[in-house]
Design a binder for this molecule. Sequence first.
Ligand SMILES: Cc1ncc(COP(=O)(O)O)c(C=O)c1O
Length: 391
Amino acid sequence: MSTLPFDVLTRGDLKDDVFPVIAPVPAAGSKGMSLKFEIHPATNPTSEKERAARLVDPGFGRIFTDHMAVVRYDQAKGWHGAVVEPRANFSLDPAAAVLHYAQEIFEGLKAYKREDGGVNLFRPDANARRFSNSAERMAMAPLPEPVFIEAVEQVVRIDRAWMPGGEGSLYLRPFMIASEVFLGVKPSAEYIFAVIASPVGSYFKGGPAPVSIWVSENYTRAAIGGTGAIKCGGNYAASLRAQAEAIDHGCDQVVFLDAVERRYIEDLGGMNVFFVFDDGSMLTPPLGTILPGITRDSIIALAGDSGTRVREEAYTIDQWRADAASGKLKEAFACGTAAVISPIGKVCSASGDFLIGGGAAGPVAMGLRNTLVDIQYGRAADPHNWIRKLL
Ligand SMILES: Cc1ncc(COP(=O)(O)O)c(C=O)c1O
C-alpha cells in the first residue's frame, strides 16, 4: 500500500472483489444496447407565462428546462433505470468519488427550431462518439452510444416548449459522474449519466462581433498523454485561472500554447481556432492534445465543399504575429458549439498586442458561420447528413 496520506490503490493491490476491473470500452460507434426510458412528467411544470418571461433573454447556461434524463450504472446491473423525470437535485454521499477525484465527463450539443416548427439536432452521433472516447480515457463505464442519443432526444421531446425561437437554441448537456462511495483512488464502480437542457441566446455578449483573446504564457491546457483531447471537467477547472488572466487583461477569451515548446497555438478555453490566409487557404492546429471539436470538423468539411484547402498543421504565436503584420493572415476565428464561429479581432499577450484584419469580422468567418447556421436551422441543404430531425 502507498505511504501517501490517502489510500492510493495500485495495480498490485488489484483484487477483483474489492477493485473490479472495468470492462473494455466497445469499439467507437458500436451498436451497443439501447434502453427503454420510463417517462415521469413533472406534475407542476413551469407555467407558460413564466417560461415566456425566462425565454426573453436567456443568456447562456443560466436557465433550465423542467426535465432531465438519468441512467445509472453499477457492476451488478450494468446501465439501468433509464428515466426522464422532473429536474431535481441529486443526492450524493459526501464520499462519492467524483467529489474527490473528479472522475467526470460531459458533452455539449444543441437542438435548433426549424421554421416549420420542427426541431433539428446537429451531429448527436459525433457527441456520443466523443463521449465514449472521454469515458475510455477516464476509465469510466462505457455508455452505449444509442443510450446517449436516446437520452438527448427524450429531453428535447419532453421540453420542446422551451425551444427559443430566432437564433436561440436548446443547449443540451449530457454528463457522467462517478458515484461510488469510496475514498480509494480507483475507477468508480458506479456512475450516474444525465442530460439536462438550457435554452440559450448568444454565447458571447456581443453576438458574433470580433472577440479579443489573451495568449496564456503562464499556464498550459494539455500535454501529450494527458486529457486535452477529451471533455472532462478537470480540463475546464484548470483553465479558469488562465481565463481570469484574460479577463484581467481586458480580453474575452484565453488561447493556450503547447505544453512542450510553449509556442504552438492549441485551442481556446472552450473553442478551436482557424486561420485564413491571403491565398484563400486555411489552417487549424492538428488533433492530438486539442479537443476534436465537432464544429471544427464541420468547418473543415464545409471549406472542402467550396474547394478551400484546410491544413491541419502546427502554427506558432510568432508566426501568427508576423503574418498579421505582413497582411498574409486575413482572418482568424474561434469555433465551437456554443458560439458557432466568433471572429478574432485582437490578440493580446505579455509581449504586445496585434490586430487581425483591422479588428473587424472577416468575410470567410462570417460566410462559414452563415452556411453552418443555415444547415443547423434547416434553412439550407444538409449535404453531409448532419441533421437528425426530431420533431
Ligand atoms: C477546449 C474546447 N475546444 C474546442 C471546443 C469545440 O468543440 P465543439 O465544436 O464540439 O463544441 C470545445 C467545446 O466543447 C472545447 O471545450
